[in-house]
Design a protein around this ligand. Structure first.
Ligand code: ATP
Ligand code: MG
Length: 489
């Protein structure tokens, strides 16, 4: 995962609580009901499951054993148990316990620190690894702070193991590996769901979505990542709950977007989100553009950028969120630019205004952090500069700190069908050439570029419509310095 996503879980867990400060619960708000536990949990003894301690990280084992030796209950829970049972490598190891955060801190002293305000968690660090230790959560039976639509606003009550199991989202996320005897505790029949690869909601799907609409995105994420089928109850509840995602603060949606698109299964995530009509909650304008008949190139660009991201993740390479979002929002930018040009705005002005508008709109939707939007803007702005190859300009562009990203972006547009093969090749040669070679390349470009009046080169909207290429055509009545004629044939 790229840097910055590591703290996601913590912020997610604390987000709901943090919102309470700004959000007041309606006095007549519905309360949260605990899904009733089936009679008796099933315990799967060590000899009947395949999780061995060797698969658990040293840091997680130290935390589990430390808690256990001090007389506390200690379980591995969530994605790690699920993933180990599925034979996958867990992303991280989360621990839950009946020890209060302050007790965890005392036990692990300098290795531990408490985080969060309302729902306090302990972070215990061994080596470079941080293990998140959460005290069993409870309170689902009590009247809780919820918004008028049932969204949980405060989530700060401690409870028992059973109560903790009632607060989790999906059955396969509520399996507990008990360090005391290495058994697995299964309250919800999750074992069978793992076997049949089914994602089933704990409790009533509609109510659980009302409590926290992000669970719909989590459902699609797990379906995409694990290749699981969504249970029919989840499928049935999603259409009527979709709109609830509008209530979710954009910053929390952004956290989820990162997990969906930057973790190695982005293409599958897109397909699953589209299938359940959830993509528009994250990228409304893009969802619209992608549905339009004439937007083959836009679909291609998005698919390519998601595919590249997935390949990079699986090859262990870094992925830059700004690059991916620059690509995902590019078709929206082009559509907006085209609209402005149709209102007689000059191309370059239209491009600038469109870029500002698209990023501004996004702030209210998924709130891509500013450090990334600045880079997105640079990548976009530099696209026009590839077309200006006179004098010292290519040298200045080459020296730009975003040159590499911007050039890769140019190639991505080319691969998605934009008419940029020659330009891409020229820039590749320019990078490889020595001083003399560069001079010659600039001279060749000078002759070609004489015609390119537009500061943007060919209007980028040309890649918007597959099979509807804009052509640069010299009007016979005009001189060789003729203007670009935009044709729609
Ligand atoms: P991943 O492999 O992506 O980390 P995960 O299942 O561990 O998957 P996390 O987001 O790390 O997912 O959350 C850890 C656990 O916390 C989940 O398995 C689930 O039990 C619980 N959880 C997280 N978010 C929610 C939520 N919104 N509602 C209910 N339970 C949640
Ligand atoms: Mg996790």
């Amino acid at each position: 995962m790229p840097e910055g996503w590591n703290h996601t879980l913590v912020s997610l867990k604390n987000f709901i609580a943090a919102q309470l400060a700004n959000d007041t619960a309606a006095p007549s708000a519905p309360s949260v009901h605990a899904p009733s536990l089936p009679a008796g949990a099933r315990t799967i003894p060590r000899e009947q499951h395949n999780i061995s301690r060797r698969q658990i990280s040293d840091a997680a084992l130290q935390v589990l054993n430390g808690l256990h030796r001090a007389g506390y209950q200690a379980y591995l829970v969530g994605g790690s148990v699920r993933d180990l049972l599925l034979g996958r490598e867990p992303k991280d190891f989360d621990v839950c316990t009946d020890a209060r955060p302050e007790e965890v801190r005392k036990l692990f002293r300098r290795n531990a620190r408490l985080i969060g305000r309302r729902f306090i968690l302990a972070h215990v660090q061994f080596g470079r690894e941080i293990i998140e230790v959460a005290t069993f959560r409870g309170g689902a039976n009590e009247r809780q702070a919820v918004s008028s639509s049932g969204r949980i606003l405060a989530d700060n009550v401690y409870g028992s193991l059973e109560e903790d199991a009632q607060r989790r989202d999906f059955t396969v996320n509520a399996l507990y590996y008990n360090i005391a005897d290495r058994s697995i505790v299964d309250f919800w029949g999750a074992w069978a769901d793992i076997e049949t690869q089914r994602l089933r909601m704990i409790g009533e799907a509609e109510q659980r979505f009302h409590e926290d609409p992000v669970r719909m995105l989590r459902a699609t994420r797990f379906a995409a990542k694990l290749g699981f089928q969504l249970d029919s109850a989840i499928e049935a509840a999603t259409p009527s709950c979709r709109e609830l995602l509008r209530e979710v603060p954009p910053a929390r949606l952004y956290e989820e977007v990162g997990k969906l698109f930057l973790a190695g299964f982005a293409q599958q995530s897109l397909a699953t989100l589209q299938r359940y009509g959830l993509f528009a909650a994250l990228f409304p304008q893009l969802a619209e553009v992608l549905e339009r008949e004439d937007q083959g190139a836009a679909r291609e660009l998005v698919q390519l950028s998601l595919g590249n991201t997935d390949s990079r993740v699986s090859a262990g390479k870094s992925v830059h969120p700004a690059f991916l979002f620059a690509a995902m929002l590019w078709p929206v930018l082009l559509a907006e630019q085209e609209r402005l040009v149709s209102e007689d705005k000059p191309e370059a002005v239209a491009m600038q205004q469109a870029a500002s508008a698209v990023l501004e709109e996004n702030r209210g939707q998924i709130a891509i952090p500013r450090r990334f939007t600045l880079t997105i803007r640079e990548i976009w702005d530099l696209q026009a500069r590839f077309h200006r190859r006179g004098g010292r300009r290519p040298f200045a562009l080459l020296a730009h700190e975003r040159f590499r990203a911007a050039f890769d972006f140019l190639l991505l547009r080319r691969d998605a069908g934009a008419d940029l093969a020659a330009l891409g090749q020229w820039w590749q040669q320019f990078q490889d050439a020595d001083g003399e070679g560069r001079k010659q390349l600039i001279e060749t470009a000078r002759l070609e570029d004489r015609d390119a009046e537009s500061p943007l080169g060919p209007l980028p909207a040309s890649e918007n419509k597959r099979g509807k290429r804009r052509r640069r055509r010299r009007n016979p009545k005009q001189t060789s310095e003729s203007v670009t004629v935009v044709e729609s044939d």
